[in-house]
Ligand binder design. Sequence first.
Ligand code: ADP
Length: 782
Amino acid sequence: MRTVDPTIILLAIIGVLYLVTLGVILKRRSVREWPVGLLVLYVVVSLLLTLGAPGFRLGWPPFLAADVLERVLLHGLLLLSLLFLHVGRSFLRLGGAGWGWWALGVAWMAAAVALNGNLVSLPEEVWAGNGRTLVVRPWTVQRQGLGLGVLVLGWGVFMGGAAVLTVRGYRQTQQPLHRNRITYWSLALGLTVVGGALLFTGRDLLGAGLHLLGVLGVAYVLLTYRLPDVRQMGRQVASYLIIALLTAIIYAGGFLLAEYVLQSVPGYNPLLLGAVLALGLALLLDPLLSLLQRLVSGLISGPGYDPRRTLREYSMSISNILDLERLGMVAVGLISEAMDVRRGTLFVVHYENGEHSEADGTGRFRLRSVRGMGKRVPSGVLAFESPVATYLRLKQHPLTQYDIDLLPRFQRIAPEERAWLDSLDMDVYVPIYAKGEWIGLLGLGPKASGDRYFDDDMTLLSTLADQTAVALQNARLFDDLKARNTENERLNEELTAANCELARLDQAKSDFIDIASHELRTPLTQVQGYSDILGEMIQEQTLVPESGLQLVQGVRKAARRLREIVDLMLDVSQLDTETMVLNAAPTSVGLIMNMAVDNWAASLEERQQTITVEGLSNLPLVTADGKRLKQVFLHLIQNAIKYTPDGGQIRIIGRHLGTDDLPEEQSVEVVVADTGIGIATEDLGRIFQKFYRTGDVMSHSTGRTKFKGAGPGLGLTMARGIVEAHGGRVWAESPGYDEDTCPGSEFHVILPVQPRCLDSIGLDPFMAAVRAEHRQAFPSLQ
Ligand code: ADP
């Protein structure tokens, strides 16, 4: 009878186990998932290779030579290492398809096939070293050896790559659950490496067995979501061993001691002694064991915490806190102390209605981060229908980052939500509810010990979250109140400002009325007086044409004055209420000034005053409202004429300020200087104030006796308003006021060439008219 090699039977059994594994994988998960598809391929190739090995031993298939078949199997190992690397990549959730690795794998396989199949027709002895001596055999490289070398090296590269990626993945994650998973993966990796190495060295059975264990490990890690904690298991085994050892020592020590002491006692019976000791131990075993267990677990896992004490301290500490920030700090601080956590944050959850209502599911939860421990984390937003929000809203149970990373229900979470959660870098999220409504969230980072949050921790955290609810609710209300208070204060300030503005406007209105009653009365009286005389003369038929004309001229002059004052008042009120509209356009300051000077030609002649204009023709165009600018210049010249004695001099000087490199910084300065009575130093700032006039206000209209036509004290206010509306400045300079020596005064106007507050809209019609008018008078400007 032909005997079958037991190795073949064992290899066949291993093959069957692969089949079972395959069945389990396919039953539990869909091959359409990329990692599962890769795993299935990996198991199938492993299966084929395992089945191929017994065939090769039995000389089957007959058409393939044994060494060819062996090479095929070794190529299979190279393929397996490449597949393992990619299963590892997807297990470690490294992004991308890893095309670089695939390309390297294919190239390596092709090179191995080419060498081993001698497709490139290499000589049998690929390389022979020089220096052949009779004693030392030279180094030679056989083609066969080279082929095998390439296969082994390729396998080493891919398994090494998998190992490097695994170590990197372990280092990159701080989360114990992920680390635990990677630890399992590392074990599977180790088994696969050792198995592969044994297969390469021809130890088929042992190699195949370890490889199978590796595959089982890989499949287990990939398919199982909740893996037992390796550290915990290690600790349990260690503590069991220590306890068993200590118990044995106590028993053996007790026995030896008793025997040593009692052996001289008459009637000593070792059997009885053993029985008594066993009884004693049995009686003491329970308390002794628990004492040992406490000691050992304290030794191995650290001091731990007492949940009841933690709970008591927690509820006592937080119950009276009203400030959200403090609540966050104390709550997270106490948990951190108990569980040895280094980072944590309290989030306040606010629901924001969607377009329609809560029912339509379009709302979202705003999670505002309150201070906790460690670095401050950003606040975030979760959509109402987001899987994370749904879980936290309904499940009333802590959620781990591990769950979010791995559970399929969280796969469709929005990328921005995932990015936010990743940026928090927390290990566990504990929701807080008040009357069934989700109002807060405690986010806790990894434990300093590197341990995961065990079930007991989760239960305690849920209880602590319940304790936090009332305090959080109160703190939220308090926070709302504070926010409303701040808002009220702000509104109050706004109201005060509005009141001030109203008071200012009211004052402006009463000033207007005051000044109107005073300023308008003089020309009105004149109109009335002239018209009365005119009426009487007509009645008495004494009106001669010359005196009639004189009276009408008087009426006209008074009416013009009335009009001037009313216009000025309207302008100032427009500036006051910021309703003045400026039509900005590139404007020549020189042209405007010439127009203003022309306007006063008759008065200048009447007062025998000379006026000179310098440096204005070469100034750059400024963006300005020409009409308003003309008003400013008219008024400055008018004042200069008014407050300068007959025969005085008025000088107008233009300057260009700034460099050509910075057009936006350039400006134009215009100075109107006179040889008049001057201005007292204390009045220099005040004369621009509304209705401010130096000297006796009521006697002012009649002039400082010899200077006729003083205004209502609005002209400079209007001028400053217009200049400032152009982004410019105006100020007065004077050595002082003296009617006798006439020290003179200077009015400076600075206008930016390109004011930021005005947009240029091209040459306006007013400027076009001005240019046309002056074309003849100033041919150099054309
Ligand atoms: P008014 O319409 O009364 O002239 P302004 O606002 O133009 O009012 O001027 C305010 C005051 O500034 C004038 O009352 C006058 O005392 C003083 N003032 C203005 N320009 C000159 C000047 N060129 N020389 C001396 N004093 C001046």
